[in-house]
Design a protein around this ligand. Structure first.
Ligand code: PXL
Length: 280
């Protein structure tokens, strides 16, 4: 069984980050270990007065213990990080506890709908672009891609030129593979592009646009994608399955106004179990 380390926050309430990564990656049949970047009472996307405890100061001692115990991972998948300083420390984990040939998957989880999340600034974006430089795979949404490349942020009805320009600029950040989410090149469809910067191959997978709150869907996508890749699926297959999973999550949530803060991913887990977690 493959073992993944995910580094992102624990938002105690809010269905994002580690609270979705653990069950989703587990449902894929992959062992998920965690390094919490921070503990928040809720996520920052709509609740007022949330608490925030930064765990950066624990990182080195945790890494030392794992190294003493000879613990290492087949992949490291990073999401929301608690501080700029933490970004350098994450690179240390990638250098020291990732197996030879292990995958570095970076979701630059810092912005959506044209805006940075509360608490982040352009300095943070600069640090995140350094982490992207060191990654095998990055998974930005359109807003994150625009911030990372200092481009105009266009959220809907994209032209082919706009998307091609974004992909070209993203490729200059240095990651080998770019998974760009939220691409709208066809009416009533939203797509994910898998772009191999080494051979210039581009693959797009479109799904129907489902309305309702989309909070946490980026984290659900990244976790399902990581689980699928660990189960030996290609990047194209993994991105397509992750997109289908997010549609299923949204379909299970739509119409429930009480559930504005996240998606009911729990109801969609059987899809991943059926497609990936087969008995062996
Ligand atoms: O889902 C992204 C995310 C993760 N973690 C925290 C957040 C957000 C988005 O707002 O606030 C703490």
């Amino acid at each position: 069984m493959k073992r993944v380390l995910t580094i992102q926050d624990i938002s105690c309430v809010g269905q994002c980050s580690i609270t979705v990564a653990l069950p989703i990656i587990s449902a894929c049949g992959v062992e998920c270990c965690i390094l919490p970047s921070a503990v928040l009472s809720t996520h920052t996307g709509g609740f007022k007065g949330f608490t925030f405890r930064d765990l950066t100061d624990d990182f080195r001692a945790i890494k030392k213990h794992w190294k003493d115990e000879k613990i290492s991972f087949e992949a490291i998948y990073t999401g929301y990080l608690g501080s700029k300083k933490q970004i350098d420390l994450v690179t240390e984990f990638m250098n020291e506890v990732l197996n030879e040939g292990g995958l570095k998957i970076v979701d630059p989880a810092m912005a959506d709908n044209g805006k940075l999340y509360t608490g982040f600034d352009m300095e943070y974006v600069k640090e995140m672009s350094k982490l992207c430089n060191n990654a095998d795979i990055i998974l930005p949404n359109i807003t994150e891609a625009a911030f990372l490349t200092e481009s105009e942020c266009i959220l809907h009805n994209h032209s082919k030129k706009y998307i091609d320009d974004l992909l070209l600029k993203l490729s200059k950040l240095g990651a080998k593979h770019i998974i760009l989410k939220g691409v709208e090149l066809e009416g009533n469809k939203v797509g994910v592009i898998v772009y191999n910067t080494e051979n210039n191959n581009k693959f797009i997978y479109n799904t129907d646009i489902v309305g309702g709150s989309s909070h946490g869907t980026g984290d659900c996508f990244a976790a399902a994608f990581t689980g699928a890749v660990m189960q030996g699926k290609t990047l194209e297959e993994s991105a397509s399955l992750a997109a289908d999973f997010v549609v299923e999550c949204l379909n299970k949530t739509i119409g429930d106004k009480e559930h504005w803060y996240g998606v009911k991913f729990e109801k969609a887990l059987p899809l991943l179990v059926k497609k990936l977690n087969v008995n062996d």
